[in-house]
Design a protein around this ligand. Structure first.
Ligand code: ADP
Ligand code: MG
Length: 247
């Protein structure tokens, strides 16, 4: 547990052992005009340390909404999100930013790499924004070695200085996974990470995620609408009618 988290006491009401990342009674509504869409209607869900969980559900069932809330990219209307039993969704914005940069790694279907940076620089970006200029100058060498090591592990040792437009979809996604991991997150949240890839390339990305889980003990939450992909996880939960149930 990071020292920043130790400053806050665990919620007194929690009796069950906390999951690594746990959501309780999470609710999210979208309003457009005079219509209200209740996407999440009381979601309870927890990821154990070292667990690989897939969240499945039809398109529009709220999978991305749930993952974005768990990644602190958006705020819920009600409910709580806890890391190691400590509530994190109500932290001040700066503390939430810090958690996104340390404890929560995210990977998206569309990669979201910065087009003007090469692969190595994209992976380094989260570490650069974490440190002040002077500290960064001191840490830069070690950070670059770490980023290069990750890219080499993912078979991209020969692509370090390629810009995203010079990379294939599968390569871009592996850069994005390296970027998510360079901060050494407690949990990786992946939203349809193979959704833009052909089947064979998607299977390679999935193998990479499985290796990270099995070999490195990385906790993973993978959102997918594809049952075959979900079967690679330890556990599958289904999001339907705004709630989560074991699948
Ligand atoms: P999934 O990822 O399972 O396909 P989403 O979480 O993206 O589903 O979306 C769930 C529902 O919420 C969809 O009906 C979608 O149109 C709606 N929705 C998502 N984001 C917004 C938003 N920012 N404003 C209004 N409606 C939204
Ligand atoms: Mg989605």
């Amino acid at each position: 547990m990071s020292s920043a988290l130790l400053e806050r006491p665990a919620p007194a009401a929690t009796t069950a052992p906390p999951g690594l990342l746990q959501v309780h009674d999470l609710r999210k509504r979208y309003r457009s005009g005079d219509r209200t869409l209740e996407v999440l209607r009381g979601v309870d869900f927890a990821v154990a340390p070292g667990e690989f969980v897939a969240i499945v559900g039809q398109s529009g069932s709220g999978k991305s909404t749930l993952l974005h809330l768990m990644g602190l990219l958006d705020g819920a209307d009600d409910g709580t999100i806890s890391l190691d039993g400590v509530r994190i969704d109500d932290l001040p914005a700066a503390r939430r930013d810090r958690l996104r940069n340390t404890a929560l790694g995210m990977v998206f279907q569309a990669y979201h790499l910065l087009p003007e940076l090469d692969a190595l620089e994209n992976v380094l970006a989260p570490l650069m924004v974490r440190h002040g200029v002077l500290e960064w100058l001191r840490l830069r060498g070690r950070a670059r070695a770490q980023a290069r090591e990750l890219l080499e592990r993912f078979g991209l040792g020969g692509r370090l200085h390629h810009k995203p437009r010079q990379l294939s979809g599968g390569e871009m996604q592996r850069v994005a996974i390296a970027r998510a991991l360079v901060t050494r997150p407690r949990v990786l949240l992946a939203d349809e990470p193979t959704g833009n890839l052909d089947e064979a390339t998607g299977a390679e990305i999935l193998d990479t995620l499985c290796d990270l889980n099995r070999q490195d003990g990385l906790s993973i939450v993978l959102v997918t609408h594809d049952a075959a992909i979900a079967r690679r996880a330890d556990r599958i939960v289904r999001l339907a009618a705004g709630r989560v149930e074991d699948a």
